[in-house]
Design a protein around this ligand. Structure first.
Ligand SMILES: NC(=O)c1ccc[n+]([C@@H]2O[C@H](COP(=O)([O-])OP(=O)(O)OC[C@H]3O[C@@H](n4cnc5c(N)ncnc54)[C@H](O)[C@@H]3O)[C@@H](O)[C@H]2O)c1
Ligand SMILES: O=c1ccn([C@@H]2O[C@H](COP(=O)(O)OP(=O)(O)O[C@H]3O[C@H](CO)[C@@H](O)[C@H](O)[C@H]3O)[C@@H](O)[C@H]2O)c(=O)[nH]1
Length: 326
């Protein structure tokens, strides 16, 4: 298959390299010339274990990078992996993604065969119908051969390649059987080697699954931090308590590490975005609001604990593991 991936940032670069490794011909498209040049040199614009090797193997062969959308109509499927950063009120800024969606539509306006445009970016369910589908169809001059689908991404920074190649689930959001089948064909080489769950649904539900996943994990960590703070008040070892509750299959041992609170490029953005989207519908998501509140307070707890052990005034402090490599 020929796949075009629009946006060669964290997600776009990873999926483009992995699709090439799965045997597809891939064209990676980005407006940033430096990124395009780096990719064509077989190097990675981001630091992720395994990515350099994949790019070295496939760049110039099955993987090509360009700033032009010319390859889009020749491809079978287009993935949009454009950033969706936060606005001040927590909602997502769809500006760059909408522009890329419209440009993708323009590129396939005269295409006679059916073409699937898949949103890989994390977006709120209503924005698919109100902003993104209209942008693609507007660009495509209402060409009825163009369909929009959603395939959320669950990779983590630091293990992006292995997460993508060994997912615990794939979510195919399509509005026709043809769209679902096309997504199956894209992921067939990956599914052949793995016993992976495939969820077939509509694009809006697929978008919600992504937010529910991150909101659930962030809430789990906030609850663990809340319980950990209580443990400390009782002079108990929070890690021992969490190790024990993790033995319950219904809870699972993962994401039970208490600490300074959750961060990264997705949890804060995504939890705030789904809260803002719920408020748009006049719904107050009380648990998610508490999830954020506990997280906002947690760094202060760290300082209080430190103050119990050292005199912070004038101390030199080394912070380990503050950020992921990038
Ligand atoms: N980073 C992660 O770990 C992660 C994981 C899962 C999902 N996501 C979601 O995936 C989406 C992409 O995230 P990211 O971290 O890869 O973003 P990013 O900012 O790293 O990359 C976006 C890329 O898109 C390019 N771009 C912008 N406008 C363009 C246009 N019109 N045409 C072509 N290229 C254009 C930019 O130059 C940039 O290289 C977001 O919605 C994010 O929430 C991210
Ligand atoms: O037990 C835990 C596990 C994680 N964290 C923190 O949680 C944040 C997120 O960590 P992690 O999930 O490992 O990294 P991300 O790259 O942010 O990945 C999350 O966000 C991505 C973007 O949406 C999703 O694709 C991934 O599935 C989701 O795990 C970090 O601040 C971690 O320190 C904890 O505090 N305790």
């Amino acid at each position: 298959m020929h796949i075009t991936v629009i946006g060669s940032g964290y997600v776009g670069t990873t999926i483009a390299a992995c699709f090439a490794d799965l045997g597809h011909d891939v064209t990676a498209i980005d407006i940033d010339e430096e990124i395009v040049e780096t990719l064509n040199d077989g190097k990675s614009p981001i630091s992720e274990p395994g990515l350099d090797e994949l790019l070295e193997t496939h760049a110039g062969n099955r993987l090509k990078a360009t700033t032009s959308y010319d390859a889009v109509p020749e491809s079978d499927v287009t993935f949009l992996a454009i950033g969706t950063p936060s606005n001040d009120d927590g909602s997502i800024d769809l500006g760059a993604l909408e522009a890329a969606a419209e440009a993708t539509g323009e590129a396939v306006a005269d295409k006679d065969e059916r073409h699937l445009v898949v949103i890989k970016s994390t977006v709120t369910p209503p924005s698919i119908e109100t902003v993104l589908e209209p942008a693609v169809h507007r660009g495509a001059n209402e060409n009825e051969n163009i369909e929009v689908g959603m395939n959320p991404e669950f990779l983590r920074e630091g293990s992006a390649v292995s997460d993508f190649l060994s997912p615990d689930k794939l979510v195919f959001g399509a509005s026709s059987e043809w769209g679902t089948d096309r997504l199956h064909t894209v992921f067939e080489p990956l599914l052949e080697g793995h016993d992976t769950n495939v969820v077939e649904t509509d694009p809006q539900t697929a978008a919600m699954i992504k937010y529910a996943n991150n909101a659930f994990l962030a809430s789990k960590i906030s609850l663990v931090n809340d319980l950990g703070n209580i443990c400390k008040e009782f002079d108990l070892d929070a890690y021992e308590v969490m190790d024990a509750i993790g033995l319950d299959d219904r809870i699972s041992e993962q994401f039970l590490r208490s600490g300074v609170g959750w961060g990264g490029s997705c949890f804060p953005k995504d939890v705030n975005a789904i809260i803002a989207a719920a408020r748009e519908e006049d719904y107050d998501p009380a648990v998610l609001e508490a999830t954020v509140e506990v997280n906002d307070r947690q760094p202060e707890r760290m300082l209080e604990l430190l103050e119990d052990h050292v005199d912070l005034e004038g101390s030199r402090i080394a912070v380990l593991g503050l950020a992921l490599p990038c």
